[in-house]
Design a protein around this ligand. Structure first.
Ligand code: PLP
Length: 422
């Protein structure tokens, strides 16, 4: 618990004392219409590191100079490039490097994981998801079920919210898991709900799922690079994430996958491709699939080098800032934001993000929400509007400051005071 003062001078002091303040300058901050923008949209698309262009350029130059030989030559041969990303990602998601692979994009990877980890047996064939799961997750699960000849309406169980935007407690989820002991084959939730910003208790949910013999997986789009995770220790079977939010690897960046090591050596149903073959065997062009002895066995295709290079550039920044130090600063920013928000009355909005959260806060407006959003945008704050009535914003420890948060809350207060009278 920190002790704060609600003043600009105090916000400046927090920034001066911030050991990570130099990292802000390692990113390109938007400046559209000649207005320096305050970027609070790391929950949607993280900012571009200044080093990304050169990293991508390097791959283009290698391609130009060495052609296909670049897979084997140079400082960072492309053949092994993927593996060097794993160490830093392992720290971020709390896993062993060999439990991670970097490939495809998030929705594609969810499909691939369903192939391996949805294992219905008789009536134990249900999948538990959030009623307000991100639509792509819902489409992936429903279409996969139809593909294997099942009716999604018979299989999917949603943990319901009575009211739109009302968080479901972890206890409620655990209770549903226990009640559905004989039916659940898979529990698949997000780590952080994209709409409410709620961080689920992954450890408790995983424990409950294991205790009834169900598989457990998570969509970590909003959690990877945002909150502390211990995927291995929490005994989670699989997880997938995108790298364009808190991992700052750029639009459509290559996704990440975690598969617990206990699944690496068992016979498993899996869609396979040549890049999943053990490295020593891969270019022997045998008919037989000899899997890599790790999560790489889920890889299908030649890695997208331009995307791996941009992920590498952003992971290097997280590495030099230090993951633990970033989490510490994030904790302080969360408390600072929560403290300042208390100074605004609840005449126009209510906060739907529970205390257990990452960077993102969601404010649900009773009225005039869009006007508030436009007012803030015109002032230079890049935040987002989620239909039907929510403003989301996410101050990020790598590139946002305590003063930006203070300024934002003042502008929010101004807008609320003005618009609550209308
Ligand atoms: C929670 C969640 N799941 C899935 C997706 C879809 O990701 P992709 O477009 O990389 O497949 C997103 C995209 O923002 C998301 O936020």
């Amino acid at each position: 618990m920190y002790t704060f003062e609600n003043s600009l001078a105090f916000a400046n002091k927090l920034d001066e004392e911030d050991p990570l303040k130099i990292f802000r300058d390692q990113f390109l901050h938007p400046n559209s219409n000649d207005l320096d923008r305050v970027y609070f949209l790391g929950n949607s698309l993280g900012l571009q590191p200044k080093t990304t262009k050169a990293a991508v350029q390097l791959v283009l130059e290698q391609w130009q100079q060495e052609g296909v030989e670049s897979f084997f030559k140079g400082q960072d041969p492309w053949l092994n490039f993927h593996d060097k990303l794993l160490q830093q990602l392992a720290i971020i998601v709390g896993a062993h490097p060999h439990e991670i692979t970097v490939m495809n994009q998030l929705t594609v990877n969810i499909h691939l994981m369903l192939v391996s980890f949805y294992r219905p047996v008789g009536n134990k064939n249900k999948i538990l998801i959030e009623s307000k799961a991100f639509p792509s997750d819902q489409y992936a699960i429903a279409s996969y079920l139809r593909h294997i000849g099942l009716n999604p309406d018979d299989i999917i169980i949603e943990v319901n919210r009575e009211n739109e935007g009302e968080p479901v407690s972890d206890e409620e989820i655990v209770e549903v898991i226990n009640q559905r002991e004989d039916e659940l084959a898979l529990v698949f939730l997000s780590g952080i709900n994209y709409y409410t910003g709620q961080l689920f208790d992954l450890k408790a949910i995983s424990k409950a799922a294991k205790s009834i013999g169900a598989m457990v997986g998570f969509d970590l789009a909003h959690a990877a690079g945002n909150v502390e995770l211990k995927l291995h220790d929490w005994d989670i079977d699989f997880a997938c994430w995108c790298s364009y939010k808190y991992l700052n690897a750029g639009p459509g960046a290559v996704g990440g996958v975690f598969v617990h090591e206990k699944h690496h050596h068992l016979p498993i149903s899996r869609l396979e491709g040549w890049w999943g073959v053990q490295l020593e065997e891969r270019f022997l062009m045998k008919k037989e699939f000899i899997p890599s002895p790790n999560a790489t066995s889920w890889q299908l295709s030649t890695p997208p080098m331009l995307l791996l290079a941009s992920l590498d550039a952003s992971l290097k920044i997280i590495d030099s800032a230090g993951w633990v130090r970033l989490l510490e600063k994030q904790g302080k920013m969360i408390e600072w934001t929560d403290f300042l928000l208390q100074s605004i009355g609840d005449s126009l909005f209510r906060r739907i993000t529970p205390a257990r959260r990452g960077c993102q806060i969601s404010l649900q407006f009773k009225k005039n929400g869009k006007e508030v959003y436009h007012h803030l945008f015109e002032k230079g704050f890049m935040i987002d509007w989620r239909e039907p009535d929510v403003i989301r914003f996410a101050p990020v420890p790598l590139y946002n400051s305590f003063t930006e948060i203070w300024n934002f809350i003042q502008s929010l207060k101004e807008a609320v005071n003005e618009l609550s009278l209308k």
